[in-house]
Design a protein around this ligand. Sequence first.
Ligand SMILES: Cc1cc2nc3c(=O)[nH]c(=O)nc-3n(C[C@H](O)[C@H](O)[C@H](O)COP(=O)(O)O)c2cc1C
Length: 193
Amino acid sequence: MSFYIPIILGSVRKGRQSPKAAKFLFKRLQKNGKAETEILDLLEYNFPIMEERLRFSDNSPPRLREFADKIARSDALVVVSPEYNFGYPGVLKNALDYLLPEYQRKPIAFVTVSAGSFGGLNCLVQLRQVAFGVGALPIPVSMPVPRVQDAFDDDGNPRDSAYEKRAQDFINELLWYTEAITAQRAKVTGAAS
Ligand SMILES: Cc1cc2nc3c(=O)[nH]c(=O)nc-3n(C[C@H](O)[C@H](O)[C@H](O)COP(=O)(O)O)c2cc1C
């Protein structure tokens, strides 16, 4: 069985570092082989400030429908987010707020990054709260990345080999919850898993 687990990249800042962490996770998830994945880069989507949620809107911004279809099709989600002022970036909340049913009952796992030594733990707490708000299931395992500017090269290769085990543990846990939820969904809907 192959799952679809896209990675939402929640940083659009000039000189952003978060794509390095996203690329790392993307490559390890691909290598694992149990899930199809891709990076949904909010810089490329460039959504305007949300004036109405997609399901109540006739005139949705360009590519929002495409983004929504990917989230709807997903079996689980990864969000890569930097910590800004003890929270997560507005651009990420803006994108998340457009949708709701697309997230429901889906496992969601967070990779948080920061320049300092805590790896974005403040924004992790807030993101989990938001995940509950959209009806997703934040999993207990996360991957905080401290000193992100030094942690990877530009292609997302980690400079510290300890990241390999961290990524493996993170992916294993995410797949565990994904399998469990997918099996339950199939049981309830009668769909083949
Ligand atoms: C507006 C802003 C606020 C920040 N606030 C925090 C913070 O509260 N805690 C922290 O550890 N790092 C903070 N940082 C440092 C970022 O976590 C660091 O620059 C990281 O690289 C951000 O990810 P990005 O490069 O993808 O934007 C802040 C950076 C910016 C731009």
